[in-house]
Structure formats: C-alpha cells, structure tokens
Design a protein. Sequence first.
Length: 231
Amino acid sequence: MKILIVEDDEALATTLTDLLTQAGFGAERVARGLEALERCEWSEPDLVLLDLNLPDLDGHEVCRRLRAWSEVPVIMLTARDAELDRVLGLEEGADDYVVKPFSNRELLARIRAIERRVRSSGADGAREPGAQVDPSGRLRIDRRTRRVQVDDEEIALTAKEFDVLAYLAEDPGAVRERSEIMERVWDTHWYGPTKTLDAHVAAIRRKLGDAHWIEAVRGVGFRLSAPESGE
C-alpha cells in the first residue's frame, strides 16, 4: 500500500514516514496542498494522510478538489477535535478523521482497516460482475467498477459512501441497523465519532439528488427505497 503524507511539520512528517515504512507501507511526503493534488494525479497513492493546516490550501479544500476526480481513501490529521469539524471533514469526502496527538497504534489500526475494506471491495467486485439495480430501475450500482448511476447520470461517490450505498442496495427495502452498517463498512475496529454514518448518508443523499433514496428508520437505522420519478 502506497501512502501519501501531506504534512508541513517536518518533524511529524519524518515520524510518520518512519512509522509507515517500519509497518511495511510505502510512504512519500509533500508539504503543500497543491503539490498533494499534483502528486495524487500522477503518482496515484492508495491512501492519503491529510493535515488540515497547510501553508497554501486548507486541508478541507484539498479534500474537496480531490473528491472531484478521485476516490482515493483520505484520513484527515488535525488538532481540531470539535464534532462539527469531524462531520465537516467526513461530508467533504474524508474516510476517517484522526485528532492530534494520536497514538501510532491507533493510526496504524485505522490505516489497516481501510486497507482491508479496499481489498474486500475488490474481491466482492470480482465475485459480482453485474450491476445492481434498485426496484424502480433508476439507480444502478456496479460493484465491479464501483460506479453509480441515477437515471443514466453517473454519480461520484467516495469509497466509503459507495460502500454504504452498496450495502443498503444488497437488500432494497430491508432496514439495516446502524451498528450493522458500521461493522460492515467500518469493521469492528472503528474508533470514529458517532455522527460518522449520518454524515456519509447525508452526503450520499445530496449527491443522488433526492433524500428519499435512503430512508432513516427512527431508532433503528437506514434502508434503501425508491422515490417516484419526478418526486
């Protein structure tokens, strides 16, 4: 797994590089947001560790621009620990959010959790060559290519957003409990905030263009439904 570290603190960047290398990952480092976007375009890392306080672009802006054309997993690294900051980062497309100071063990656990999900989704795609279609025929979810279409228009989702939607689409209409979704998509080693799932569902609804696609079942979880055309 090749990891891009976007961090302008020289000491922390060196520490992260050493940590990742010793753990068996490939690691490279840049100190600016624009450089990170360029490196992602031609180097195609498997994961990005993104600091929010960068000298040129704010990390949130880097994530927004990256999500316009890439689904590479992103873990935000920041000293901002307010719930609003966490939710904002997740809504902008981050897959995880780690607050400084953090332990090496925790960071590696989160990285490995993402690595497992990426490998698992690739295996699922190999076993399921066809596209999934919701009962209305308007929503198409292809696990092999990880592409989503609504009324033949392609929708750009982050890796985690795709996993949530694809899991709900495995049994349209069935209610999935929150804990069940978290365990399936984030696995049992998830350490994140309680609003993580809600932030991802909100982002999916916004991108699909109709909040009715994913219905919240009070006190239980979510299910995939099919809004009427023109609703």
